[in-house]
Design a protein. Sequence first.
Lengths: 349, 406, 292
Amino acid sequence: MSAAIEDVVTESPGVIEAVPKRAMTLGTGTSLVMLGLLLLTPLFVKNFIIFQMTMLLIYGVAVLALNILTGGSGQFSLGQSAFYAVGAYTSAILMEHAGMNYALTLPIAGIICFAFGFLFGQPALRLSGVYLALATFALATAMPQLLKLGYFEQWTGGVQGLVVTKPDPPEAVQSMLSWLHLKMSQDMWLYYFTLVITIAIYIFSVNLLRSRSGRAFMAIRDNEIAASAMGVDVALYKTLAFGVSAGITGVAGGLGAITVQFVAPDSYTITLAISLFLGMVVGGVGWLPGSIVGSAFIIFVPNIAEGISKGLSGAVFGVLLFLVIFLVPHGARQVAIVGQQLIGRFRKN
Amino acid sequence: MRSEELRVAALAAAVIVFTSGTALAQKKYDAGATDTEIKIGNIMPYSGPASAYGVIGKTEQAYFNKVNAEGGINGRKINFVSYDDGYSPPKAVEQARKLVESDEVLLVFNPLGTPSNSAIQKYLNAKKVPQLFVATGATKWNDPKNFPWTMGWQPSYQSEAHIYAKYLLKEKPDGKIAILFQNDDFGKDYLKGLKDALGAKASMIAAEESYEATEPSVDNHIVRLKASGADVFISITTPKFAAQAIKKLAEIDWKPLHIVSNVSISVGGVIKPAGFENAQGMLSAAYAKDGADPQWDNDPGMKKFYAFLAKYYPDANKLDASVVYGYGAAQTMVKVLEMCGDNLTRDNVMKQAASLKDFAPDTLLPGIKINTSATDFAPIKQLQMMRFKGEKWDLFGDIISGELSE
Amino acid sequence: MELFTNQILAGIATGAIYACMALAVVMIYQAIDHLNFAQGEMAMFSTFVSWQLMQWGAPYWGAFVITLVFSFFGGIAIERLLFKPLAKAPILTNVAGFIALFAIINSVAGLIWDFTIKQYPTPFGSSPFLGSQLISTHQAGMIGVTVLLLVGLYFFFQFTRIGLAMRAAASVPESARLVGINTSWMIALGWGMAAAIGSIAGMLIAPVVFLEPNMMGGVLIYGFAAAVLGGLTSPLGAVIGGFLVGIFENLAGTYIPGVGNELKLPIALALIITVLVVKPAGLFGRPIVKRV
């Protein structure tokens, strides 16, 4: 049409709002309370709830990974399910075919996904906004088809997937507990194992965003051109953000495979990528602690929706989602900020 | 483990108390069963890409409502707890654990989908909870040795494929076969069945094309298959794609011997939308009656089925094969629970499910019967071939079993 | 050679589906500067409405026109009720809104009309077109309608006051407001038009893929891909993109040995991404210059 005319557009800074670094984390008091709850609750609930809490942490880690990418470096991804799938399959294949210890498979899953994400970040460099959304979306749609491919079938199990063995608590832990006449279930062991990894990843992420790299991510997010003018190697940091995000997602995927005890192409469709995205929005883009809130949303709200109506569970979910974004368009972060202000006012009085 | 022992001790104590008192000792229960109630779990894709099958769960709910309204099973009401997994295996695991550990159901009945069932099979078997009459045609559910707590219901995809292969070997031994199959467990299982049964004659297959369930249309695959020069077309497709294929075949004027899988034989849900004139002479095999086929209007079993729909599920679309399916499966479940009598333990449920003798739900074709044994966990094994003529399927030939050993 | 020509023709036939949807995608992009994930579901719902009207006895064209009007006002209503309140919210929150809308429409349609496939009539007939068995008169008619729509949109955006205003409102809202354009209503109007175009796409696609609540799921990704390939700002690009994707995909499925058929969608998408890496604004899109 009018290809000769070039649109000159100021890059809208509103795509992802600038979140000050400090606001990305929780205060020490709140953190300790959270930690206490996460540590103690499993002792008093059924195994099924422990399983749900484990999934909560795993999806929380995956949402956190997306948050680093989008909230941190301003790149949008609808393809996180692909990295999650690669992590899950890496762990599953190493455990079932190579007989490797489950805990050792996780760093490998992380490294493979980091490499995969870093490579994917290369072409993604030239894309932004809608184009990047499409490219990542394409990745997410392609992944189940790749996993089904006949050539990999002897490792992936093809369309049938792979059954993964659930790990027992280590002997050392068991014998220690037997002194107290206690026995730890597989679910509980897996929960604490996941919790340790989650906390480690959380601390790593917080420090990453506070580091020099984190500042570079955020400079790119807020204004790419200005960032490059200030000497930030935009290409390096953008792909790095992709790699880190993919690596963390891969670890979450590996944990997911161990917890669910099963991997199959149908587990990692575009629906998973969309769920993770929703989790990030609901939790608050760029606010790391919100990841767990978002994860709770994507696990529990569908259950609530189906409890209200089976035939219309999709519609009820949609309505609940609308309610949330109408009330708090900035996600759980907004609630936290309001809460903080209230407490502040309370203290003054 | 300690609590388990305690429970056993308590149970033993209770049994002693009861035996010394009354004859009530006959009653034996596992979690989920009481004097007044039997709790049954179920997992269905009410949302997500496979939500079309959610109708099965709704039909089963309606059927159990009917049973309860008529007095229940040996005086016990069925409490049907059905959860949505959105066709996602991780969600299915979560829901299965919720059913077993939180709702404490007696058994999990008719959970849908090969991926979801594969995901929960190991867990349910470890917990010794029956995973009964799973709603998938994969062959692997008939494995009582390794998975004594899992049982299928419908004929397996492979055994159905064997029937077509046998037919082709007999009627068209020089045919060139073109196959269109869905690239998932259903299509792959089927393809394997075909190849196994063709055996040395597998070279009859001139072309095979797979499609993804997410593709909008399979038209181009059909064009390519036609180019292979085949004169037999086997369509291993789900309803929408089966209908597209029937229509496209007519549009491009390709007239091979057309065989469509049992999944897509619904007259109202597949063939009518695709056009009756395009489907003449098409072949398939069936084990159940078609709810929209007028030839069953005076069939006593289907009369009961229509009466049930009118009273308990008036919104149902009787064109939908899933309604007929859910009815038959639920009826089999009720039969097993009736056979259990007052011994509602998980052990006994499995034992009764594995001793069905010539049971014929209202919706199965005349002559097709459900038989199971301790070594045979495939309830329905027989099918009958049929040819489409006019506006309905004409059954022909004997009722045949698809077991390869024959 | 014959196979090759046939595959190109077959690709064009499927491409027509993608082109139609891509036009609707471009329309909404022009109005809101973003993609609407619920667009396919809106089109599906409109198509069901027209089907229902025909079930009640309306003639094809009567149902067609009523559906257009219904979709237009339906689109405006959705914008006013659901997305205007989110105007100040971050874009990602809006995307979450699209996903919610997707879930609602899909689920409601499933409840009203259930999931069995429905036959949908075509006004063009489905006999072979010009003797070629690869393109039916319906597909030819579909290409014709797409071209008509394209010309219509071209004139609308290039020469009508309101079309120009809409473009201005989408790309530089502040300046548009300064020259007196009511940007808020321009967005609503864009939603209405996108919904109407989407309903045409739905009514043209339904005879090929059969009508059912999930019918647009697969089409939408191709529509997005086509629009992005052609350039999101160019209706012509979107249509050409649609045909290219159709042909690409079909040739990949035929000629790449081994994995071609199984992976034709990923291969087609990979090609598109390659094109985008070279030409980030798509084949026909206007390059966007960023400034600080």
